[in-house]
Ligand binder design. Structure first.
Ligand code: AP5
Ligand code: MG
Length: 197
């Protein structure tokens, strides 16, 4: 399996690139943010709980996040796919530990972590622009966007050292056109594939 974590701050282009990578390499795509927004779309207690964190730019608690993720992977039989692109997960050290254990129990692992480097002012502008049309409450308020950046620095950035220690962490320039960033990502992934004869 080719299991890729797309890493980077809010608005760095993880979702945009995951859609393209999924097509090119025939992988499954998991965005915890998208899964949570799908749950919220139908009124429920779980949806209300998720919304209370997301609208504030806070992370959903680890235990709840992992439960939703693990049941999504097993429920969709994704371990039988060619591989999985993780977008927006893991976001904390406990989530990364839980993911490592989950894969170890299923004789698989994370192949690589590809990190998109984008400056804060650029992502704030991208998210504000999207907020004009997306309907995402966490996008149309600059205070919440900056809060998401702060949460990223405090709780998610420590994962860079976690995966560097595993020799799996690669940083790439996430600014430039969507196609330019895609080319950089593909170059790294192509190195991991067996040579074609
Ligand atoms: P989530 O949905 O994961 O949002 P995010 O990571 O904060 O950020 P985005 O998804 O908005 O950004 P992205 O990097 O995918 O970029 P995109 O391609 O969309 O999480 C939302 C919330 O859910 C969290 O705050 C938290 O509450 C909760 N949550 C989710 N996962 C969790 C977890 N694991 N643990 C706990 N809580 C969790 O691009 C952004 C914009 O930029 C788009 O408009 C796009 O068109 C544009 N764009 C993309 N690439 C470029 C480019 N190269 N140039 C110009 N514009 C570009
Ligand atoms: Mg996203």
């Amino acid at each position: 399996m080719l299991n890729i974590i797309l890493f980077g701050p809010p608005g760095s282009g993880k979702g945009t690139q995951a859609m393209k990578l999924k097509e090119k390499y025939n992988l499954a795509h998991i965005s915890t943010g998208d899964i949570f927004r799908a749950v919220i779309a139908t009124p429920s207690d779980l949806g209300n709980e998720l919304r209370s964190y997301m609208d504030q730019g806070q992370l959903v608690p680890d235990e709840l996040t992992f439960r939703v993720l693990a049941s999504y992977i097993d429920g969709h039989d994704l371990l039988k796919s060619g591989g999985i692109i993780f977008d927006g997960f893991p976001r904390t050290i406990p989530q990364a530990n839980a993911l490592d254990r989950f894969f170890a129990e299923r004789n698989s692992n994370i192949t690589i972590v590809l990190s998109l480097l984008v400056q804060e002012e650029e992502v704030v502008q991208r998210l504000l622009l999207r907020g004009q049309t997306s309907g995402r409450i966490d996008d149309n308020n600059e205070v919440v966007i900056r809060k998401r950046m702060q949460v990223y620095r405090d709780q998610t950035l420590p994962l860079a050292a976690y995966y560097s220690d595993q020799h799996k962490f690669i940083e790439l320039k996430g600014q430039g056109t969507v196609d330019e960033v895609f080319e950089l990502l593909c170059r790294e992934i192509d190195h991991l594939l067996p040579p074609t004869v």
